[in-house]
Design a protein around this ligand. Structure first.
Ligand SMILES: *Cc1c(COP(=O)(O)O)cnc(C)c1O
Length: 402
């Protein structure tokens, strides 16, 4: 029995506690309850939880940099020298030369004039849309964009118009409908729950024709796609004029935490002046910037190329095996390889069954994905080896639906 706080009841006001209780019942019935599971330890692709060792096929550490010795050493050195907290917001006294070094490295890597460090990808997207868009402006988005892009448009008070997934002509029509007000077209570079790559070259053309700004959220493309891992815009042949503003998160392929928004100087400067999620929050710990700088240097160098090769081989091995098993793969060439099972209960059962085979594959349910599109979101990394991929395939072949 959960203990409830007591609130005075009046006849006028709907009860917040009654509403919570009703939602709880609804969630139980819809198999939509989410549960935390603490990791005790990690070793390569294996994690220990509740006294068991599970092979992790749900994390986003695509290049295996989260536990890279050079990255750990950079964090430890910088923490020893500079302490842990940044002690203030960037524009107060929290901005450190290590933050500058990371921003400069990113600008160079992405071939963009300027880069700005945010606390996380979620905060960055809220800040970018709030800072650039006014009430009444138009924000056109792919229907499968990440939740924080939708939230950012709402926060800005912009008119949000979504187009069917990856439908370039529909994006063009959405932009044409409302000609007054400034317009921004935004898309995930790699879709976080589907793994496919947005048609960025075509969308850049659509944005250009409509006088709209294109903003690419490359949370999952950075480090994994394009020459030297520079991400999905580079992979689609877009330079800084085609992709004038882009997001890279530091918590996925780079194995850290935080986010960078890179682009044209006027745009990035505007974010520094106006993005509330930049202005009114404590700067990232400088040691984390130092660790990410080490991660970026690995990711864009020869070691990164080798990791991307290993990753590509693992993805190919998984897809080849999955096709032979007749599994319903999505058209994805990235580390995100979901298997859509449909309803929540079936997907939870499948996840539980994989768990019994020693594999951690999380069931992703609405509202993270559309209703009726629950899935096993399998992620493949450079750290997996052939035998581990084969273990996954073997366990999948034993699912009733497989
Ligand atoms: C993970 C993710 C984010 C949020 O980034 P965090 O740094 O985890 O807050 C934003 N956009 C997309 C597409 C993502 O997948």
């Amino acid at each position: 029995m959960r203990s409830l706080p007591s609130l005075r009841r009046t006849d006028m006001r709907p009860s917040l506690l009654d509403r919570i209780a009703a939602r709880d019942v609804e969630r139980q019935q819809a198999h939509a309850v989410r549960r935390l599971r603490a990791v005790d330890a990690r070793d390569g692709a294996t994690l220990a939880t509740a006294g068991r060792a599970l092979l992790d096929f749900s994390g986003n550490d695509y290049l295996g940099l989260a536990a890279h010795p050079d990255v750990i050493a950079a964090l430890q050195r910088a923490a020893a020298e500079h302490g842990v907290g940044s002690t203030a917001a960037h524009l107060v006294t929290g901005h450190h030369r290590l933050h500058d070094a990371l921003q400069d490295e990113f600008a160079d890597w992405l071939g963009q004039p300027r880069a700005l460090l945010f606390g996380s990808g979620y905060l960055a997207n809220l800040g970018v849309l709030q800072a650039l868009l006014d009430a009444g402006d138009l924000c056109v988005q792919d229907r499968l964009n990440h939740a924080c892009l939708l939230d950012g448009a709402k926060l800005a008070g912009a008119t949000l118009r979504r187009y069917p997934h990856a439908d370039v002509d529909a994006a063009r029509r959405r932009l044409a409908v409302q000609a007054e007000g400034a317009a921004l077209l935004t898309t995930d570079g790699v879709f976080s729950m589907d793994g496919d790559i947005a048609p960025l070259a075509e969308l850049a053309q659509v944005a250009d024709d409509a006088g709209a700004l294109l903003y690419v959220d490359d949370a999952h493309g950075i480090g994994t796609l394009g020459p030297h891992g520079a991400g999905s815009p580079a992979a689609c042949g877009l330079g800084p004029s085609g992709a004038p503003l882009q997001l890279a998160t530091l918590g996925k392929a780079l194995g850290g935490y935080g986010a960078i928004v890179a682009g044209a100087a006027v745009l990035v400067d505007e974010l520094l002046q106006r993005a509330r999620t930049y202005l009114f929050t404590t700067a990232l710990p400088p040691a984390l910037a130092a660790a990410t700088l080490a991660a970026v240097r690995i990711a864009r160098g020869a070691d990164g190329d080798a990791r991307r090769e290993r990753l590509a081989a693992n993805i190919a091995r998984f897809r080849h095996g999955a096709v032979q098993l007749g599994l319903p793969l999505l058209p994805s060439s990235t580390p995100i390889q979901p298997i859509v099972l449909g309803d929540n209960a079936t997907t939870l059962r499948a996840s539980q069954q994989l768990d019994e085979h020693g594999l951690r594959v999380v069931a992703i349910r609405p509202p993270t994905v559309p209703e009726g599109r629950a899935r096993l979101r399998i992620t493949i990394t450079a750290v997996h080896d052939d035998a581990q991929i084969d273990r996954l395939l073997d366990a999948l072949s034993r699912l009733p639906s497989g």
